[in-house]
Design a protein around this ligand. Structure first.
Ligand code: HPA
Length: 274
């Protein structure tokens, strides 16, 4: 067993001492979107800090715990707060939680994040369904020895965001009368926001939104054969296109405001997943 696999197994063993819950869906909640997990009737809660060897998030507004429970009839594991590359962890550690949730049994990964809008398709307060992504600006989480039990050395990224799940999300949004844009997400390392010149570059590459997470988790999940879907909450236009310099507080405030719609959509979609 290689070092990374051992690390995942070690975390898995510790988790299994705390709960025997088997999730079907893994949901990662981004900045300001964590409230969904508070409303769930949890069957188990495990703070990341109680799992030795697990990367702990240090970002304000990220709680840092696994919440296990059912949304409708669907058993889910929710990450209330994720780990980011800019916190200084190796990329293999950034995706360790994703690998761990797969190890617990999750077949679907539902990714969410707060993101800056880049194209004219999106405005602050919008929800954007991810159709594809650009992860070229961050190291691949698959660098290093390949673990064959997880997946193949050279996995295809033809369809990162599962078509059926995308349809389900679009249908559900229509039923709930929740406006939902679609677009391409680009991941940067962060933690700094983008300069106006960088935003022009990102826009010219065809991305609609930019953020500091998600794409590498999607790559690791696809590597392990999970079905992946994702929604961005557009909290601002990227690169200081507003009067005031962009701040984490602004991002969190808009995420808070959009949270009720976001929660409704995510909940309804997950209920239908089983
Ligand atoms: N850039 C990068 N990440 C973000 C942004 C942004 O403008 N807003 C929220 N997350």
């Amino acid at each position: 067993m290689n070092e990374m696999q051992q690390k995942v197994e070690n975390c898995y063993k510790q988790l299994r001492e705390k709960t025997d819950f088997i999730p079907r869906v893994a949901l990662i909640l981004g900045s300001g979107l964590g409230a969904l997990a508070d409303e769930l009737e949890a069957e188990a809660v495990v703070p990341y800090s109680e799992i030795e060897g697990f990367p702990v998030s240090t970002v304000a507004g990220h709680k840092g715990r696994f919440v296990f429970g059912k949304i409708g009839k669907t058993p889910v594991v929710i990450m209330q707060g994720r780990v980011h590359y800019y916190e200084g962890y190796a990329m293999s550690d950034v995706v360790l939680p994703t690998r761990l949730m797969r190890r617990m049994g999750a077949e679907v990964l539902f990714l969410t994040n707060a993101a800056g809008g880049v194209s004219r398709k999106v405005s602050p307060g919008d929800l954007m369904l991810l159709t594809d992504q650009i992860s070229t600006f961050v190291p691949s989480p698959l660098i290093g020895e390949n673990v064959e039990e997880w997946g193949t050395r050279f996995p295809s990224m033809d369809t990162i965001y599962d078509k059926k799940l995308r349809e389900l999300i679009q249908e559900t949004a229509k039923e709930c009368q929740i406006p939902l844009q679609e677009g391409i997400y680009l991941q940067t390392t962060g933690p700094n926001y983008e300069s106006p010149a960088e935003v022009r570059m990102i826009s010219s590459l065809g991305a609609d939104a930019v953020g500091m997470s998600t794409a590498v988790e999607a790559v690791a999940a696809v590597h392990m054969g999970m079905r992946v879907c994702g929604i961005s909450c557009i909290t601002n236009m990227a690169g200081g296109s507003s009067e005031q310099p962009l701040s984490h507080e602004e991002v969190s405030a808009i995420a808070d405001r959009t949270a009720p719609l976001f929660q409704k959509l995510v909940t309804q979609v997950i209920e239908k997943m089983i």
